[in-house]
Design a protein around this ligand. Structure first.
Ligand SMILES: Nc1ncnc2c1ncn2[C@@H]1O[C@H](COP(=O)(O)OP(=O)(O)OP(=O)(O)O)[C@@H](O)[C@H]1O
Ligand SMILES: [Mg+2]
Length: 638
């Protein structure tokens, strides 16, 4: 741009009239440039205060060619040509390199006979205004990209469950399946997309907003296809151009977050209930062992008459209590499992006939087992229990009949299967039990694995079936999921890690004749006095010599000081202040050939590290079970 440094000096001005002087003052003071060009494009006039911006004095360029002075502004040159051709128009003249912008009005000058004789122009400096406009444009683009690129929906709406929405960003299409125009057209009934149970939440949030807080609500909303989402809706009131208070808000999809949270809560709740259950079960097992033990002893002495009958009743009640306790232990994953590697198909097929008997005639049973399933590692008896519990539930859910399908399938470990499934990264085997029954609502679904949760009439269900299933599957490192909707049936899906190698040939359990009279010395370690006493009674009655210890201290003393041999150590897995392996170590040091039999109410982790040569008996047991087990362990004596 040419600024100031011009080669030609201004021509001397001719004498002026009063009116001309007056006009010239105005022209000189106006923040514009007045100029005129002759038909060749030479300046004949250049005046106005805005010349300063160009670094020019009034009249400085007169006589010079615009084509020469402004040759590096092609747009300006183009406009000059238009004007010289006789056109009258307005346009923007941008001198970008010096940051100036003019709004220029061109008007032709004509000779008396109407031929173009040049042009006059007025250029108004709008540089400041255009800077503001550009900044506004930029801000608008930025906002628009923010509003449209964010993964959230932004909106402007009137308050109220029937409030009209004034604006919604295009992401509404992705979130709910409606285009902005579809949504806005029907926006006064927006609340009908919200889950009915959550209307209250929205209402409360709006009330809070009216009393000056910002709006915040989490609620469930239905998409166009009927599926449900959790959204976080937050915003604040802004006064609109018409003076009305409008909610400017953001909707965020928080479904994944919610699902994770509820899974976590469910797991935590199950853990807490599990701990409680296992604590109760452990104490009960001790008590039941005593009840069963003494009632058995009573029965042995006198099985006839009223006393005998009473003893029998006590023992039967104890048996029932023991089986409940057992289920509780299963749920809390503390039962002693005997895992084996086996083919799940074999278990399913093996149970088929029995399952058919469980079902009523109007229930059709279909079993589809996948070939080459691979193996799983679990306790097969427990897996039978799992299947039976699921099938009985399915039957109960189809009182009017229906279809029950059991399938097995093998899967490669893939993480990307489906969000709702917790999938093993390595290969796994799935067992599905599905029915066409009454199904469950979300509230029921959330609680089915809790012990004692049942929707069945009193006397029809204890609510321990699925708790047991849950415990067994979790203890076998598996996973259980359920899909169900009211009226649409249910599907329970169990996944267990797949084991590739062939099962080892199973060892036949040693069958041992229980000797009429036992021989040898047994060291009985048990901290519960009643149990210790009972054990002593049973063992002595069976013919053994018995030494007892009620604490780890007395046990140490006994081991150190007892003069004779001891053949068997019968002990609780955990004695106060002493672990099982520790105990075995001390015992073996004194009597290298001693046999060991552990008894326990539940499978503690330590049990896995116990001596492989040691025997194990689960509480509660009967005297006969105990003596048989002792005989079996002692039979291994060299
Ligand atoms: N297949 C199913 N269809 C519909 N509801 C089911 C199904 N399976 C379980 N339920 C629901 O889950 C609840 C808990 O089941 P669970 O097996 O733990 O206990 P239960 O069957 O009620 O009693 P129990 O099994 O101890 O006799 C049931 O009461 C029922 O409401
Ligand atoms: Mg059940």
């Amino acid at each position: 741009m040419l600024r100031g440094n011009l080669s030609v000096q201004p021509k001397p001005a001719p004498a002026l009239t009063e009116a001309e002087r007056h006009l010239r003052t105005i022209v000189a003071k106006a923040p514009v440039v007045f100029f005129a060009l002759d038909e060749e494009g030479r300046f004949t006039l250049s005046e106005g205060r805005a010349l300063q911006k160009l670094g020019l004095l009034p009249g400085q360029v007169v006589g010079q060619s615009v084509f020469h002075l402004y040759s590096n502004y092609p747009n300006l040159i183009r406009d000059v040509r238009r004007a010289l051709a006789g056109e009258e128009f307005s346009c923007l003249t941008e001198l970008a390199d010096v940051g100036l912008c003019f709004e220029t009005h061109w008007a032709p000058i004509r000779t008396k006979d109407g031929k173009p004789a040049g042009t006059i122009g007025v250029a108004v400096d709008i540089s400041e205004r255009s800077k503001d406009e550009r900044a506004r444009d930029q801000a608008e683009t930025l906002y628009q990209s923010l509003v449209e690129q964010l993964s959230a929906v932004t909106y402007i709406a009137e308050l109220g469950l029937e409030g009209n929405w004034r604006f919604v960003s295009p992401q509404i299409k992705k979130l709910l399946g409606y285009s902005p125009s579809e949504w806005l057209a029907d926006s006064t009934s927006w609340i009908r997309h919200v889950h009915p149970d959550d209307h209250e939440v929205v209402k409360l949030a709006e009330e809070a907003t009216l009393s000056g807080n910002s709006f915040r609500a989490e609620y469930r909303i239905f998409r166009r296809d009927g599926s449900m989402l959790w959204v976080d809706d937050s915003g604040s009131l802004v006064r609109g151009p018409d003076g009305q208070q409008l909610l400017h808000g953001v909707l965020l999809d928080i479904t994944d977050q919610k699902q994770m949270q509820s899974r976590l809560e469910q797991t935590e709740r199950m853990e807490a209930v599990g701990q409680l259950a296992s604590g109760i079960a452990h104490d009960f097992n001790n008590l039941l062992t005593i009840i069963k033990g003494y009632s058995s002893l009573l029965l042995e002495r006198n099985s006839e008459g009223r006393d005998g009958h009473a003893a029998k009743e006590i023992r039967q009640a104890a048996d029932r209590a023991a089986s409940l306790t057992h289920q509780l232990l299963a749920f809390s994953r503390k039962q002693t499992l005997q895992p084996r590697v086996f083919d799940l198909n074999t278990v399913v097929r093996g149970l088929e006939a029995m399952l058919r008997r469980l079902l009523t005639e109007n229930v059709e049973l279909a079993i589809e087992t996948a070939p080459e399933l691979g193996f799983v590692k679990a306790d097969p008896t427990q897996m039978e229990q799992v299947l039976i519990n699921l099938v009985v539930n399915a039957r109960d859910a189809m009182p009017k009949g229906g279809r029950l399908t059991i399938t097995t399938s093998g899967h490669a470990g893939r993480k990307e299967l489906s969000e709702s499934e917790t999938i093993f990264a390595s290969p796994y085997v799935a067992l599905c039990v599905s029915d066409t029954g009454i199904g469950m609502d979300a509230a029921t679904r959330a609680r089915i694995f809790e012990p004692f949760f049942t929707t069945k009439e009193v006397g029809k269900g204890t609510g321990l079936g699925l708790a047991t299933v849950y415990g067994i599957i979790k203890q076998s490192n598996g996973n259980i999921e359920v899909e169900s909707e009211p009226g649409k049936g249910s599907m329970f899906r169990i996944s267990l890690p797949r084991i590739e190698h062939e099962p080892a040939p199973s060892k036949k359990p040693m069958t041992v004749e229980t000797p009429r009279h036992g021989t040898g010395t047994i060291l009985l370690a048990e901290d519960e006095p009643l149990l210790r006493e009972l054990g002593e009674t049973i063992l002595k009655q069976a013919g053994y010599k018995v030494l007892t210890a009620g604490s780890s201290d007395s046990l140490r003393t006994l081991i150190a000081e007892h003069p004779g041999e001891v053949d068997l150590l019968l002990t609780d897995v955990v004695m106060p202040n002493m672990s099982g392996p520790e105990l075995v170590r001390i015992g073996r040091k004194r009597w290298p050939k001693i046999r060991v039999l552990f008894m326990s109410g539940y499978a503690d982790d330590e049990l896995q590290d116990l001596d492989p040569d040691a025997g194990f008996i689960q509480k509660p047991f009967t005297p006969a079970e105990l003596t048989a087990k002792i005989a079996e362990v002692l039979a291994g004596r060299d």
